[in-house]
Design a protein around this ligand. Structure first.
Ligand code: KOT
Length: 830
């Protein structure tokens, strides 16, 4: 097409095309223009919000220039493209990231100062894009940053939820959920009203034989909902490559509303269709590690998969290549089983719409998809009821049955003697009610399956997917240990530490190759370096203490040991173990004389995280933490020796303040339950040590940083089943110290004890999560932390050495592993 445009026209466009600001003056010019014209504000009608708006729009213009070029360049490159399908993208704020990635933060800072504003105030005006629950969504966001930074031609596909994860308020110690309507000002998205896809639901399948005697299936008479694309530019760090995140929004296909109903006086009925359609992309399901089984969730999944595939196929067809070349041009990665319907959808497009035969189509499908598993917990494994799929997606159910038939025939031929195998591996779970097992469909429809840390990848092969290893062999299963982007989680969150490292390494190259961090190990014994490192940690703790004072109204001493656990509240993550440990510490302090108490290492125990609205036990844990805080923080005997803080509404931007401020952070899941964990990586990268179980990525963190630099405790994954078995048949042997903690709770020390009965009873009756079984080991390890912390020189050495050995955990390394072992994709030169 480029060749068809006359030279004169090209020249005119070139002359006028946007250049993007480079200097402070040019930045101010752009920002003020946007404030005065785009936002219609003036110097006399101004606040931080408006200045944020102007700054964001100035940077947005800057991103769009590179974004357009990148898209053009990648289209011309004729290389394989990567598509990352995720129902969650937990992006957080975009402005600071954009400024740093394009290398113009200092320019903007000086410009803002001249205009009378402080950078921190402006940055903090932005609301988080919180389209995710926790680790899975944040991983997708880190991957987008790495894909762009490494110049991969990659797109993210997701849903444009009108409401992100709810905002958490703590009212009288209880979690209250408030809707997160985040879209009233979002300068980072571009509506593409010309990019729409009509998506069908319900209806029926009609079969006929065409003129050539071929059986044809047509899915018809369904309800149609329109998907509209909203694009978000994703700037790479220190490269012009700017990739695209495409989010789909749902609306009624039949125009605005039903005029006939409206004109005949049925005002409410007239908007029904419209509302039904818009509901699909209205709200993010707030469950982490739990599947809900709700029809609306299945609708979301199909709506997003079908729109994305239509888009991907449309782009491929423009190349005019033969269908068999599809997998050489397209790699689609499934972020957990949420996008598994993309598998039968691509098969449907290829056989029903493009007329390919089953086997040719199926081989294209399998070679296109890769599936990442993020959890082994049974309550999180997706299953959809067959009648529900039958009614919503009748043609897909037929295709799923046919996939299953081909698969089971193969299994039967390969394992003729193992009759039970067919029942175990069938995509359809028989029994009370029939269910479609999405993980099995994802494995069968993909060429590679990966777990997210070594232990986890081993566990899926030996437990939930054991039979599939027998069927397909070991090679189909692989590991890609998770990582985090050092741009956001070091450079943006902890600029002083980033600067200190850069000063020793002679520049910021380490932000693109994090393994270069190993060079700072040489400074672990350098007095001046240690002092600087310690000062930075202290300043970060002061910043967090200030935040806590402002929001919680509690004064915490920044010299105390900051002990932090921030993540979704879940029994398997064991915040209950932490808070019971805190109560034990409180009881111990209370039993001491004031002189003895003075010798104890002062601590601040900081908690944060959301509970799924329907997860009652998790809400009990939040309530207990808040009640313990109320009692301990107001106990004059205790003073600075112990403070307990619950940080409300934990999210990405709060994590950027919290992660740099820890001395110790807690990653204490029951062994074998946390697939990877990624906050463990953020804390160590920021110079904190961790207390953890032998679980998820903690194991590889230990391998990298050395066992002397981590506080491990608790039973091992391989022993958990046996311990649970003992609990069932011999009862729980309650730890003695834990019993005293329970006595205090039951005695009403933290308010009405009835409120916490469920929490203590599950430990006493089952101890499924090994809270009691691991308690003694946990307390002992916490005590040893106090001892080591008193020796600040030793502590600093451990922290510095740990940072220097964290290079492996960059999400850049993950992306390179995916590209090499799963996608067979290469970067496109910008
Ligand atoms: C499952 C169902 C719904 C919503 C979320 C999940 C989920 C989240 N499954 N696993 N995760 C977490 O994924 C992270 C990224 O891989 C892991 O670090 C973490 O251990 C998982 O719990």
């Amino acid at each position: 097409v480029e060749a068809e445009i006359p030279d004169s026209q090209k020249a005119a466009w070139k002359k006028h095309s946007a250049q993007g600001f480079k200097t402070k003056e040019e930045f101010e010019n752009e920002a003020v223009r946007h404030i005065e014209t785009t936002l219609a504000r003036s110097l006399y009608n101004l606040d931080d919000g408006a200045v944020y708006g102007g700054t964001a729009l100035a940077f947005r213009d800057r991103l769009v220039i590179d974004w357009n070029k990148t898209q053009q360049n990648q289209a011309n490159a004729d290389q394989k493209r990567v598509y990352y399908l995720s129902l969650e993208f937990l992006m957080g704020r975009a402005l600071d990231n954009a400024m740093l990635n394009v290398g113009l933060k200092n320019v903007a800072k000086e410009g803002l100062a001249e205009l009378g504003f402080r950078m921190e105030d402006i940055i903090s005006q932005e609301r988080d894009a919180a389209l995710g629950n926790g680790g899975l969504g944040r991983l997708a966001a880190c991957f987008l940053d790495s894909l762009a930074s490494l110049d991969y031609p990659a797109w993210g596909y997701g849903l444009r939820y009108r409401y992100g994860i709810f905002k958490q308020e703590i009212v009288n110690g209880y979690q209250v959920e408030v809707p997160d309507y985040w879209l009233d000002f979002n300068p980072w998205e571009f509506p593409r009203h010309d990019v729409t896809v009509d998506i069908q639901f319900y209806g029926n399948v009609r079969k006929y034989t065409d003129d050539d005697g071929k059986q044809v299936s047509v899915w018809e008479n369904g309800e149609i909902v329109t998907a509209t694309a909203f694009d978000v530019p994703i700037p790479g760090y220190s490269t012009p490559t700017t990739n695209n995140l495409r989010l789909w929004s749902s609306k009624s296909s039949s125009g605005e509303f039903d005029f006939q109903k409206f004109n005949s006086g049925q005002y409410e009925g007239s908007v029904n269709d419209q509302q039904r359609a818009e509901t699909i992309s209205a709200v993010l399901y707030p469950n982490d590690n739990l599947e809900s089984g709700k029809e609306l969730r299945l609708k979301q999944q199909y709506f997003w998969c079908a729109a994305s595939l239509h888009d991907i196929v449309r782009r491929f067809k423009k190349s005019k290549k033969a269908w068999k070349e599809f997998p050489q041009n397209v790699a689609i990665q499934l972020n957990d089983t949420h996008p598994t319907l993309a598998i039968p959808e691509l098969q449907r497009i290829l056989i029903d719409e493009e007329g390919l035969d089953w086997d040719t189509a199926w081989s294209i499908v399998v070679n296109t998809f890769g599936y990442t598993n993020h959890t082994v917990m049974s309550e999180a494994l997706e299953k959809w009821s067959v009648p529900l799929v039958q009614s919503l997606l009748p043609r897909h159910l037929q295709i799923i049955y046919e996939i299953n038939l081909h698969f089971l025939q193969y299994v039967e031929r390969t394992f003729p003697k193992d009759r039970d195998m067919l029942r175990r591996v069938s995509i359809i779970e028989e029994g009370g009610s029939k269910m479609v097992r999405m993980a099995f469909l994802a494995i069968i429809g993909s060429h590679k399956v990966n777990g997210v840390a070594e232990l986890h990848s081993d566990l899926i092969k030996t437990t939930i997917f054991k039979d599939f290893v027998k069927i397909y062999g070991e090679d189909k299963f692989t590991n890609v240990t998770n990582g985090i982007t050092p741009r956001r989680w070091l450079h943006e969150a902890n600029p002083r530490l980033s600067e200190l490292i850069a000063s020793k390494l002679g520049g910021y190259e380490f932000l693109k190759d994090l393994t270069l961090l190993h060079k700072i190990e040489a400074f672990a014994d350098d007095k001046a370096f240690r002092k600087e490192f310690q000062d930075i940690k202290y300043a970060n703790k002061v910043r967090l203490a200030k935040y806590i004072k402002e929001v919680n109204g509690v004064s915490v001493n920044p010299s105390s040991l900051f002990d932090i656990q921030v993540k979704r509240i879940h029994e398997y993550k064991r915040q209950q173990l932490n808070i019971f440990g805190v109560i034990h510490r409180y009881l111990t302090l209370k039993a001491m004389s004031p002189e003895e108490r003075k010798k104890v290492q002062p601590r601040v125990s900081i908690f944060g995280g959301k509970a799924a609205p329907g997860y009652w036990m998790a809400k009990c844990i939040i309530h207990l933490v808040n009640e313990v805080g109320r009692v301990v923080n107001n106990d004059a005997d205790i003073g600075d020796a112990l403070k307990v803080i619950f940080i409300e509404d934990y999210n990405v931007s709060k994590c950027e303040i919290i992660a740099p401020a820890s001395d110790i952070s807690e990653h204490i899941s029951t062994a074998g339950t946390e697939a990877s964990g990624t906050s463990n990586m953020k804390f160590v990268l920021n110079g904190g040590l961790i207390i953890g179980t032998c679980d998820g990525a903690n194991i590889e963190i230990t391998r990298e940083i050395g066992e002397d630099n981590i506080f491990l405790f608790g039973n091992l994954a391989e022993d958990v089943e046996e311990i649970r078995h003992q609990h069932t048949y011999q009862g729980v042997l309650l730890d003695e110290s834990l019993e005293k903690v329970f006595d205090a709770i039951h005695g009403g020390m933290f308010g009405n004890s009835d409120e916490f009965k469920a929490l203590t009873n599950t430990v006493i009756n089952n101890d499924h999560w090994l809270t009691s079984a691991d308690f003694a080991s946990y307390i002992k390890t916490q005590d040893s932390i106090d001892v080591v912390f008193k020796n600040q020189e030793e502590w600093l050495r451990k922290a510095i050495v740990s940072v220097s050995r964290m290079g492996f955990f960059s999400s850049d390394r993950c992306i390179e592993e995916y590209a090499e072992a799963i996608w067979n994709a290469e970067p496109v030169k910008p």
